[in-house]
Design a protein around this ligand. Structure first.
Ligand code: BTN
Length: 252
């Protein structure tokens, strides 16, 4: 796989973003958090060939070997409302599946809230984090995206669940630019939730029996995705909405 090229990536993007490609970093999300925490401003895109401490939701690690994935974080400084920030995980998931569909023959789906799957295997995921200023306002929102793009030797715990995306002849720069452009496009229609019909159409959970992995876990039916990206479930004849926070589900 060709090394990521910063100049090409910048030229493919429709917005004038600060773009940076690094060979190796602990986590592109952590690095942008540090940068914004130290007072950097403006939207930026940070891509790494490998991450030594890639992170996923719920404190999990994200396996990020060199030469077999796409790992990047988009730092956005124009989102000032926390209610909008929580929508960005579903916005980004939608952008990822749409960009993949536009550029490749793959037809991925979204497992609420942030997993990208195809044929039951996880191709990647999204981790959105906020950076707050000392006065409590939002300084930046960081959208981290990781996708497996070659069949690397996954560690045993991932061997049965991880999948990968055959990109060729599409480059990682093209896919990154397509995802980033779509994220910005969906943010423009955020008040009308322009992206939600597509998110719902790509949802694996809707209409299915799901196992809600709380303590203790329970089984429910996923009946809707509400306007805030929450998963509405029905359990013992009562409805409840799982917010996009700290809950995972398994589709039965
Ligand atoms: C998940 O599967 O729960 C989310 C995985 C998110 C991984 C991406 S890779 C780029 C960015 N940097 C990180 O440390 N995590 C995200």
């Amino acid at each position: 796989m060709d090394k990521l090229n910063q100049t090409i990536l910048r030229s493919l993007l429709q917005r004038p973003l600060v773009v940076e490609v690094q060979d190796s970093i602990d986590s592109t999300n952590s690095e942008l958090k540090r940068r914004y925490g130290a007072g950097e401003t403006g939207d930026r895109l940070l891509v790494a060939e490998t991450q030594t401490g890639g992170r996923g939701r719920l404190g999990r690690s994200f396996y990020s070997p060199a030469g077999s994935g796409l790992y990047f974080s988009l730092g956005l400084t124009g989102i000032t409302d926390f209610a909008d920030a929580v929508l960005l995980t579903t916005v980004a998931s939608t952008a990822v599946v749409e960009a993949i569909e536009r550029l490749t023959p793959h037809r991925p789906a979204i497992k609420w809230v942030n997993d990208i799957l195809e044929n039951g295997r996880k191709l990647g995921g999204i981790l959105t984090e906020a950076v707050t200023a000392p006065d409590g306002t939002l300084s930046a929102v960081i959208i981290g995206i990781g996708l497996n793009v070659t069949p690397s030797a996954f560690p045993p715990e991932l061997a049965d669940i991880a999948g990968w995306l055959d990109l060729s002849p599409v480059t990682r720069e093209q896919l990154t630019a397509a995802i980033v452009d779509r994220i910005y496009g969906h943010i423009e229609t955020l008040p009308q939730r322009g992206y939600l019909p597509s998110y719902r159409a790509h949802s694996l959970a809707l209409g299915k029996t799901v196992r809600v992995l709380t303590d203790p876990p329970f089984t429910a039916t996923a009946v809707a995705i509400d306007d805030n990206g929450g998963l509405v479930i029905e359990h013992n004849a009562t409805r409840q909405t799982l917010s996009t926070g700290e809950i995972s589900i398994r589709i039965e």
